[in-house]
Design a protein around this ligand. Sequence first.
Ligand code: G3H
Length: 237
Amino acid sequence: MSETIAATTELSLTPAELAPYIQHTKIDPDATRDEMIAHAQEAVTHGFNAAMVPASWLPVVVAELSGTGVEVASALDFPTVGVMTSAGKAAEAAEIARLGATQLDIGVQVGWLKSGRYDDFREDIAGVVRASGLPVKVMLELPLLTDAEKEAAVELAMEAGVAFLKNASSGQIETANPASVRYLVDRARDGVRVKASGSIKTYRQGLELLRAGASLLGTSAGLAIITDTGDEETVSY
Ligand SMILES: O=C[C@H](O)COP(=O)(O)O
């Protein structure tokens, strides 16, 4: 996995050099077996950090990526994000690990946080960390939270043992932006790192997020990003 990048505006990478930071994501519900295999092969060909795929496609993708060094990531309780029971999440997490994923993204129960159920919120995440034994990336859905809830969510997630803090699950919640990345980077400790996610579509956008301190970029536009020459493109958040 890529090393943490110190937040710096000096970071200079070509579009192709962003590949080792990109989690190449394919979560379309109608993706076919051939498309999932092609997706895995793209991850190898272009040197992406990981192929991120639905759990139901893990057997196919794990077989395709065996011995390549490309991480196989999956997500549970997605795209609904957070609403499965804690027991259901833990069971699915164990199954995802058994199927050969090497990383796992998970939603959080935002409503429990907002209801003050902090112990339940933490244990919901911790149960997945324990059951999977995998590095867990927690999707915090920052725009849905008040300032106090953001502070609590970050702290409780780290207490639960996550490996990565992630600003949001998708662009429907938040377009990944440097301010959210810096917010998480400033609070991450004990080796916890930050994954940026949500409508990352251009090279310039990806580079800005890495400069803000993100260690990984989750995106379904990996191919477009590494071939993007749009230096002049402006990014609005
Ligand atoms: O973590 C990865 C996200 O699901 C990426 O989705 P997106 O490219 O549609 O924003």
